[in-house]
Design a protein around this ligand. Structure first.
Ligand code: PHE
Length: 349
């Protein structure tokens, strides 16, 4: 296969091709064009390759000259290609970087900030207060055994208090804990007295209306030591109420009943809005007092159940509902607002 004129020798034609290729390469403006030139001048169906293939059929005297020239030209073209590719690739890389450059000084897209939930604010305030008194924070499982949630707290199988608590019963003697009080048992079983713990967490009851939700929160408190009395309980809760609702609030204890405390009390906090002076007060509805939590001296039977000696140790326990406390403190009328995650609501606190 020879495309050159018979007037021109093969070696001359090769030289001509080489010059043509190199000048095209030198004036090429992109690596893509160089690739086309490589195919055109060195590819399998290029004229130069054709000449090389025909070398074998040339007369012996011509073979060496034509073959040698063809190889040298191929190399020269390859060399030119390599050099030009390097130049152009660097330029192309630079252009690409420039085109894709990001201006890091431009302002970003702001992401809306979240907000602490009112219940979490109350939990933080209460827990901070007790940590300041030297209490430890303990958390426990929301799926609880029947034994810890009820039996060990003086509520054995068949006890009517089990139905009163609207329990979610699960399989295998498990329940969704209806209160954080099982943490009293777990804590005492895991350590020797003295005990000072607060246990915030989620609790569950089958109840749903504007002031009750099936999932809610409680904060349990437990102190067991030598010589603790109802006076210590009252002083501790009074200080806590002042910390959360303001220095001017007063407290009162009313007799109550829980299976695991004896005596049992409920704690009321004087209305922090009207102080009891406004019969039309929206917060206390004119009562002057707000029901706040259940508490009492740990029942000696519970101490015995966990292996503490009730002759040596006494204790007090309390359980409060931070959701309700938040509703009261911030004047929120409907508990369901707590679960909507609406920033317009949350940002008000
Ligand atoms: N667990 C009780 C309830 O949910 C509250 C409580 C806690 C009462 C600790 C006394 C002592 O009603």
């Amino acid at each position: 296969m020879c495309y050159h004129s018979p007037l021109m020798s093969a070696a001359e034609r090769i030289k001509q091709l080489e010059h043509e290729a190199i000048s095209a390469i030198d004036s090429a403006l992109s690596t893509a064009v160089l690739e086309d030139l490589r195919v055109k001048y060195l590819g399998r169906s290029s004229e130069l390759t054709g000449i090389k293939k025909s070398v074998g059929s040339l007369p012996t005297e011509e073979r060496k000259e034509v073959g040698g020239t063809a190889n040298r030209s191929s190399r020269a073209i390859e060399e030119a290609l390599r050099g030009r590719v390097e130049q152009l690739a660097a330029k192309e890389r630079e252009a690409k970087l420039e085109a894709e450059a990001v201006d890091i000084t431009l302002p970003g897209t702001p992401y809306p900030r979240g907000h602490l939930h009112p219940t979490q604010r109350i939990i933080d305030e209460v827990v901070d207060f007790f940590v300041g008194l030297g209490y430890r924070v303990a958390e426990g499982p929301e799926v609880e055994t029947d034994y810890y949630n009820f039996t060990a707290l003086g509520i054995p199988p068949g006890h009517p208090a089990r139905t009163m608590q609207d329990t979610f019963f699960l399989d295998d003697g498990l329940v969704l804990r209806t209160q954080t009080s099982p943490m009293q048992i777990r804590t005492m079983l895991s350590q020797e007295p003295p005990v000072y713990v607060v246990c915030p967490g989620k609790t569950y009851r089958r109840d749903s209306d504007p002031t009750h939700s099936p999932m809610f929160h409680q904060i349990e408190g437990l102190a067991v030591d030598k010589g603790l009395t109802l006076g210590h309980l009252k002083g501790t809760l009074a200080a806590m109420a002042r910390h959360v609702f303001g220095e001017s609030v007063k407290i009162r204890l009313r007799p109550s009943y829980f299976q695991f405390t004896e005596p049992s009390v409920e704690l009321d906090v004087s209305c922090f809005v009207c102080g009891g002076s406004d019969p039309a007060c929206k917060v206390c509805k004119g009562a002057g007092w707000l029901e706040m939590l259940g508490a009492g001296m740990v029942d000696p039977g519970v101490l015995e159940e966990v292996g503490y000696d009730p002759e040596e140790y006494t204790g007090f326990a309390f359980g409060m509902g931070p959701d309700r406390m938040a509703m009261v403190k911030y004047g929120i009328p409907d508990l369901r607002l707590f679960f909507e995650g609406d920033l317009r609501f949350l940002q008000q606190f």
